[in-house]
Design a protein around this ligand. Structure first.
Ligand code: NCD
Length: 316
């Protein structure tokens, strides 16, 4: 059985294979035939127990471009809102013959639970679990960085990438730290101490509390959303103070290197972690991250489901 649960399940070669395959997928999507017949007859279920715009639509578009049948199913409007367990949901999906389940869940570890269970036999793809991981987002971020900051799909060795803000609550940050360091980049986390997780000293990253001193050396800066919905405590004095020290505004952006890029996984809090003029500037690749997401997710689905010779996540 083959799944994509965590970046830590991937070897460097497997990660590069996904990124290279995504280049082919992007090329195919730009051609006259938008739809490839590769997954015709396969059923893919989008199980989103937590809100999502980009990730859900992107996986749906990716599956449809590969000609799979897609069933969308969210917390609202399904029996999940009646408290149906993950087990009963999985048994139902199995009975319907799902070949893959793309799952987003508020509980860290829900995708692993599903993959390890005997409840269903299909592939499981983690589309974000609690504050744990979001591997497809990290892969699309790496794809975007590779496209802008390396010569023709090279590796990321030597690149300096900053991840800024609410690292504590961010599954995007966790997956990106693992993937970008696997690919050879130098990652610096930039955040107030209150928004860094316990044990961060053992992560393969540098840490800084001073955005202004690090920003001019970065090739890519990834701004994180301040995840107010996951905050039960006061992590910073007020929004203005946060923006002043950790927000990306025009003046700060002017200190960046030529050709460096501004990223954000979305959804953005415009005016908090990033100003509107920066988000809409020429340096911003935020909208492009979304379109790259479709190519990367096509590559993931293709490698997991189409029986390609090299398997990804084979040891998971
Ligand atoms: C992220 C998520 O849901 O983890 N968004 C996304 O998938 N594009 C980040 C966030 O919610 O801030």
């Amino acid at each position: 059985m083959r799944h994509l649960l965590s970046i830590s399940d991937l070897s460097k070669d497997e990660a590069v294979l996904i990124l290279d395959t995504a280049i082919e997928m992007a090329r195919a999507s730009d051609g006259p035939m938008k739809k490839l017949p590769t997954l015709r007859g396969r059923t893919i279920v989008n199980l989103f127990a937590e809100d999502s715009t980009r990730t859900r639509i992107s996986f749906e578009a990716a599956a449809k471009r590969l000609s799979a049948d897609v069933i969308n199913f969210g917390a609202k409007g399904s029996s999940l809102s009646k408290g149906e367990s993950l087990k009963d949901t999985a048994l139902t999906l199995q009975a319907m013959g799902a070949d893959a389940v793309i799952i987003r869940h508020g509980a860290s570890g829900a995708p692993v639970r599903l993959a390890d269970s005997a409840w269903m036999s299909g592939s499981v793809i983690n589309a974000g679990d609690g504050t744990h991981e979001h591997p497809s987002q990290a892969l699309l971020d790496a794809f975007t960085i590779r496209k802008h900051c390396t010569k023709s799909g090279g590796d990321l060795a030597g690149l300096r990438i900053g991840i800024v803000g609410d690292v504590l609550h961010s599954r995007v940050a966790r997956s990106n730290v693992l993937l970008l360091s696997l690919l050879g980049a130098n990652v610096t986390l930039i955040a107030p101490p209150t928004l860094l997780p316990f044990g961060v000293e053992s992560w393969p990253v540098d840490i800084s509390y001073d955005f202004d001193s690090v920003l001019p050396s970065l090739d890519a800066v990834m701004m994180l959303r301040v995840q107010q919905e996951r905050m039960s405590d006061l992590f910073f004095p007020n929004a203005r103070e946060y923006s002043r020290y950790f927000g990306l505004n025009r003046d700060r952006m002017l200190t960046m290197k030529p050709n460096s890029i501004v990223m954000h996984p979305g959804p953005m809090n415009r005016g908090l972690e990033i100003t509107a003029d920066v988000a809409d500037s020429a340096r911003s690749v935020i909208v492009e991250q979304v379109s790259n997401g479709v190519s990367v997710r096509m590559a993931i689905l293709y490698l997991l489901l189409a029986g390609a010779p090299t398997q990804i996540g084979a040891n998971s």
